[in-house]
Design a protein around this ligand. Structure first.
Ligand code: NAP
Length: 292
């Protein structure tokens, strides 16, 4: 039986670890706050009291933590993943972080005999719960094949997109598209409401045409009800738009609409709304339109 150490049992990591248990993996979960680990144990996993304990006996370690510095400290720290890895460990970072950081971690892993893939995910909390995530994987082809059973237990669309860091580059493009789409759906909703249109009916018909998109399917009902419990926190999307802006600049590519939506997301975070779901961008559109 493959033993998977799972670090970071938050909104995404919790259900992903539970799905690995369901798929028959021996899962040892670790989270700094103890409550999520307790939940995983209730769901049939094992709980570790320390990061080292979750890593020591693992064949595969998965991390699902917020940002690049978090992954760096969890993986490269004194008592981190690499320091406790058994020889030949397969390390899968599912967090969304900077592509250059993923590439560096892969190099450092290689130097210590750890196989590394970056495997950021898309599909949100619902995708994590339903094991239908889209997973974009960077790394060596044979390491991708080794990670495939774990990834297919939590995702439906699992694609190798290139060498180390490439998964993160594709995820950055994903976050650009998602933020832009949410902003346009929010603008459309506020526009339709200003005309007293039945927005539920409008969303149904729009979703069936060329304007159809996953935000209509997953987020529009919450937006119409002004229900912005995360889901995906604006603070995390702010982080991701920083990643895509820096990477685009590095490549000499301009993303003018991406830059505009980045500023709107930054405004939400700056005024203290970073804990809302990213569909909460609607609040800002309403306020800019003087409609609150
Ligand atoms: P979350 O609910 O905040 O979970 C993050 C987890 O990491 C928490 O359990 C947190 O628990 C732990 N953590 C935070 N900092 C840590 C550190 N320095 N060391 C060790 N553990 C740490 O976030 P999430 O929404 O699951 O997102 C996780 C990652 O997935 C992010 O990179 C995000 O961009 C990406 N993602 C999220 C979604 C989504 O819809 N939510 C979708 C796709 C991708 P403690 O603070 O108790 O340690």
């Amino acid at each position: 039986m493959t033993t998977v150490g799972f670090i970071g049992l938050g909104i995404m990591g919790g259900p992903m670890a539970a799905n690995l248990v369901k798929a028959g993996f021996d899962v040892i979960g670790y989270n700094r706050g103890p409550e999520p680990t307790r939940r995983l144990v209730e769901q049939g996993g094992r709980g570790a009291d320390s990061l080292a304990e979750a890593v020591r006996d693992a064949d595969v370690v998965v991390t699902m933590v917020p940002d690049s510095p978090d992954v760096e400290s969890v993986v490269l720290g004194e008592d981190g993943v690499f320091a406790n890895a058994k020889p030949g460990l397969l390390f899968v970072d599912a967090s969304t972080i900077r592509p250059d950081v993923s590439a560096r971690i892969a190099r450092e892993g290689g130097a210590r005999g750890v196989r590394v893939v970056d495997a950021p995910v898309s599909g949100g909390q619902q995708g994590a719960v339903e094991a239908t995530l889209s997973i974009m994987v960077g790394g060596e082809a044979e390491d991708f094949e080794a990670a495939r059973p774990v990834l297919e237990a939590v995702g439906r669309t699992v694609v190798h997109v290139g060498p180390a860091g490439s998964g993160q580059t594709v995820k950055a493009a994903n976050q650009l598209i998602v933020a832009g789409t949410i902003e346009l759906v929010a603008e459309a909703i506020v526009f339709l409401e200003a005309y007293g249109v039945d927005t539920g009916a409008a969303v149904r018909v729009l979703a069936g045409g060329l304007a159809g998109n996953a935000i209509f399917e997953r987020k529009a009902a919450g937006m119409l009800a002004r229900e912005f419990t995360p889901g995906f926190r604006l603070a995390l999307h702010h982080k991701d738009l920083g990643i895509v802006q820096a990477a685009a600049r590095e490549a000499g590519v301009v993303i003018p609409l991406g830059a505009a939506v980045s500023q709107l997301v930054a405004a939400m975070v700056a005024r203290g709304d970073g804990g809302l779901d990213h569909s909460g961008l609607l609040k800002l559109v309403e306020q800019l339109s003087g409609r609150t």
